[in-house]
Design a protein around this ligand. Structure first.
Ligand SMILES: Cc1cc2nc3c(=O)[nH]c(=O)nc-3n(C[C@H](O)[C@H](O)[C@H](O)COP(=O)(O)O)c2cc1C
Length: 216
């Protein structure tokens, strides 16, 4: 089956992309409006793109024609935001933050989440999140239908104690992050495995890498 995207309705493209590009990490983005009101909403058109500079991206729709979502309006107003990662412990609270509340409603309070002061940006991080990345707006790319790609530079990285060792190795299973599938579908990491990397010399020598027990 092949879909010519020029002839595929946007809603169907969304179903193909959101259903096949899985699992996606979830950014629970916390912002302020610059006057003190807090906002939080989940975004799964999200990923990290670079470590030097440290960059991440968010793909943000319009709420409706010519009306921005609060997240991008706040990022434009303040030039900063925090990306909090979502574990199973805050998955249901994350879903509360996705409710289409009016601007000015504090989703963190509605969801029972706790704002904590950031160190380098005005937006708060979420205390319950296992990871929080303080970001400065680097670029905003604007496309048709009000679509916006926000590029953030990560200035500070918070991680719950006990997850990262002194050699910066991360205990992936202890993080217990949630991935987004299609629609209301989510997943946990249940059966991780490793495939060792090969050098050109390994390959030339006939060495082959096989699936092996997970080494974080
Ligand atoms: C798990 C999840 C992922 C989402 N990902 C996106 C996304 O990538 N882009 C987007 O525009 N909306 C996404 N949404 C919808 C927004 O979270 C929703 O429109 C929210 O009300 C926006 O809030 P805001 O106006 O406070 O920014 C997602 C919702 C959920 C539940």
């Amino acid at each position: 089956m092949i879909y010519d995207f020029a002839a595929t309705a946007p809603a169907d493209r969304y179903k193909l992309l959101a259903g096949c590009v899985v699992p996606r990490p979830i950014a629970l983005v916390s912002t302020t409006d610059g006057k003190g009101a807090l906002n939080a909403a989940p975004y799964s058109f999200f990923n990290v793109m670079s470590h030097e500079p440290a960059l991440l991206v968010l793909g943000i729709d319009q709420r409706r024609t010519d009306v921005s979502k609060d997240t991008v309006a706040n990022i434009r107003a303040t030039n900063d935001f925090v990306v909090n990662l979502v574990d199973t412990g805050i998955a249901e609270a994350m879903n509360v933050c996705a409710i289409d509340f009016d601007a000015g409603v504090d989703e963190l309070r509605e969801a029972g989440l706790t704002p904590a002061a950031s160190t380098q940006v005005r937006a708060p991080r979420i205390a319950e999140a296992p990871v929080a990345m303080e970001c400065r707006l680097m670029d905003e790319l604007r496309y048709r239908n009000g679509r916006s790609i926000v590029v953030g530079e990560i200035l500070a990285f918070h991680v719950r104690d006990g997850i990262v060792d002194e050699r910066f190795h991360v205990d992936t299973l202890a993080l217990d992050l949630v991935g987004r599938l299609a629609g209301g579908g989510y997943c946990r990491i249940a059966e991780p495995f490793s495939i060792p990397r090969l050098s050109p010399a390994d390959w030339a020598a006939g060495k082959r890498a096989r699936i092996s027990p997970f080494r974080g």
